[in-house]
Write a protein that binds this ligand. Structure first.
Ligand SMILES: [Mg+2]
Length: 194
């Protein structure tokens, strides 16, 4: 008798700029020196990991296709992120980047391609997953991917998030990524033993 297929697990998806690291404001984070990791993000991964949730970062980086962000700098930022997490005994399941400049590209948020790719690659259940972002575009990405919950941050690390005062379609709205860690502590289901 064949073994049952492994069951799908949900994941916690995070936008990058304004969530993982302070937003660059208008434009892009083009240099490693400008990549400032937000402590609240590390706390979010800590909470999620403790409850058995894999974490995935999904990011638009159009500055690469515009020739503004050198790919080696982007790699260095993500190496720093992985090392910073590893110093706390943490890791991402994956980090997916869309460098396309074309808004119609299936991977460019708010299109859901990066989430669909992660789900197929890692056996994730999008219908139980969460998406965290600082822009309504991220909320829309989660909606298009069919996730269970979306979290929108008011502050993106600059105090000048252009979406701060917009009404949100998110299921949860919090002040910033540090407050998101608190939200996860209150609401994220514990998958261990589930
Ligand atoms: Mg962002």
């Amino acid at each position: 008798m064949p073994a049952d297929p492994p069951s799908l697990r949900p994941a916690l998806f995070f936008d990058r700029d304004g969530v993982v690291n302070a937003s660059p404001g208008p434009g892009y984070v083009n240099r490693l020196a400008d990549f400032r990791i937000l402590p609240g993000f590390l706390d979010c991964v800590h909470v999620a990991t403790g409850r058995g949730w894999p974490c995935v970062v999904v990011t638009n980086q159009r500055g690469v296709s515009r020739g503004l962000t050198p790919p080696a700098e982007l790699d260095a930022m993500h190496d720093l992120l992985r090392r910073t997490l590893a110093d706390r005994g943490l890791a991402l399941l994956d980090l997916l980047v869309c460098t396309a400049g074309d808004d119609t590209h299936p991977d460019r948020k708010p299109n859901p391609g990066l989430l669909l790719t992660a789900a197929a690659r890692h056996g994730l259940d999008l219908s139980r997953s969460w998406m965290v972002g600082d822009r309504e575009k991220d909320v829309e990405t989660g909606r298009r991917a069919g996730v269970a919950a979306t979290v929108r941050l008011d502050d993106d690390g600059t105090g000048a998030n252009p979406d701060k005062d917009k009404p949100t379609a998110a299921t949860h709205r919090v002040a910033d990524i540090a407050a998101c860690a608190g939200l996860l502590r209150r609401l994220l289901p514990d998958l261990r033993g589930a």
